[in-house]
Design a protein around this ligand. Structure first.
Ligand SMILES: [Fe+2]
Length: 362
């Protein structure tokens, strides 16, 4: 009310009014508590308790053609042994310098040349490998060698000793995904390096797949285990299941004919922090929109297509790696039969009770 304001001004004889006084008093208070390492929640409430998930992650594709030639070039600069792990990090463009593809997951492309060994170590962060190129290199995990081929999905769980070797005649390249951004968020990372470059094998090659990934469990198998005892989920076994799913008509409108890699002991995800899936999208598939609180790293193993993420369109083909940020609406489109591997932090979010999705995302 202009009259009232005027009266107020007159009453104060040109001095600052009560509103100004309270602002000045508040600022003086904020300055004073700041010296005690304190701050008012009411000033930041809406940015720390957000109405919707907020992410810094941006959608992005790493084209394999470019990635492969750069990784091959790195082979002339440093040995696997010298590097411990010869890996080029796939850094989300919005988070350069943080070694992250999403806020919770690391992604990198590792190469091991014929005759090389990547020495044994272990660490609290869990890792997965998804093989892109080459055949006949191995990952040794807890005394068992898993020989790998393209499309194989290999896990090295929390604190499992592991080393890599390549007795084949060709370089092998794979996608590494680790949960160390999650572990480091809790500031709980630990690692140990062994004197011996390679661990002694104590089990037959492929034992874990035979014992635990065949619909049976041997006597004495653990009854509770929060990560899978299977080391290598081979593409040769998993890929044909997708054709059967497709034939059976089990094709999700968003995710295609999809299977999740599971821990055979409890039917849960392979690792407590990361879950992975393999999906077939039939020729001409035009996906409905979907959004969820987990950011996802995808790899195309067959075919190619596009993923629309809000206003961005990602184009991808075989062995390209791409990232979809949390909560952004996305949909896949393919022209020919296409297979996508994907990995996310969904189990960690589910365990914490914070996971949510929108199936009819508009
Ligand atoms: Fe490692």
């Amino acid at each position: 009310m202009p009259g009232a304001a005027k009266r107020q001004d007159n009453k104060n004889n040109g001095r600052p009014g009560p509103k100004h006084n309270i602002e000045a008093a508040r600022q003086e208070f904020y300055d004073r508590i700041s010296k005690r390492d304190m701050a008012p929640l009411w000033k930041v409430m809406k940015s720390v308790v957000t109405k919707e998930p907020v992410t810094r992650v941006v959608p992005h594709v790493w084209k394999y053609q470019d990635v492969k030639s750069l990784v091959m070039e790195s082979g002339g600069l440093i040995t696997a042994e010298e590097a411990q792990r010869r890996v080029l990090i796939l850094e989300n463009p919005a988070m350069r310098g943080e070694s992250k593809a999403t806020n919770t997951l690391f992604a990198g492309i590792q190469m091991i040349l014929p005759g090389e060994v990547a020495p044994a170590h272990r660490h609290v962060p869990s890792a997965i490998r998804f093989v892109l190129d080459g055949e006949g290199a191995y990952t040794a995990v807890e005394g068992e060698k898993a020989f790998m081929a393209p499309g194989d999905f290999v896990i090295t769980a929390n604190w499992a000793p592991h080393d890599h070797g390549n007795p084949s005649k060709k370089p092998m390249l794979w996608l590494d995904v680790l949960d160390f951004p999650t572990v480091n968020f809790f500031e709980a990372g630990v690692a140990a390096y062994f004197d011996d470059k390679m661990q002694n094998t104590t089990r037959g090659d492929g034992d874990s797949e035979a014992f635990y990934a065949s619909g049976v469990l041997p006597d004495g198998a653990p009854t509770t285990l929060n990560r899978s005892p299977v080391i290598n989920y081979t593409y040769a076994r998993t890929r044909p299941i997708l054709d059967r799913l497709k034939k059976a008509g089990d094709i999700d409108k968003r995710h295609g004919a999809r299977v999740h890699y599971v821990n055979p002991v409890n039917g849960g995800p392979v690792l407590p922090t990361m879950s992975a899936s393999l999906a077939l999208f039939p020729k001409g598939f035009k996906g409905e929109k979907y959004s969820a609180t987990y950011g996802t790293i995808f790899v195309c193993t067959e075919g190619g297509g596009t993923t629309t993420v809000e206003n961005a369109v990602l184009e991808w083909g075989v062995n390209d790696v791409f990232v979809v940020p949390p909560w952004k609406r996305y949909s896949h489109n393919v022209s020919n039969n296409t297979v996508l591997f994907s990995i996310s932090d969904r189990p960690a979010q589910e365990a914490l009770g914070i996971w949510r999705e929108e199936k009819n995302a508009g």
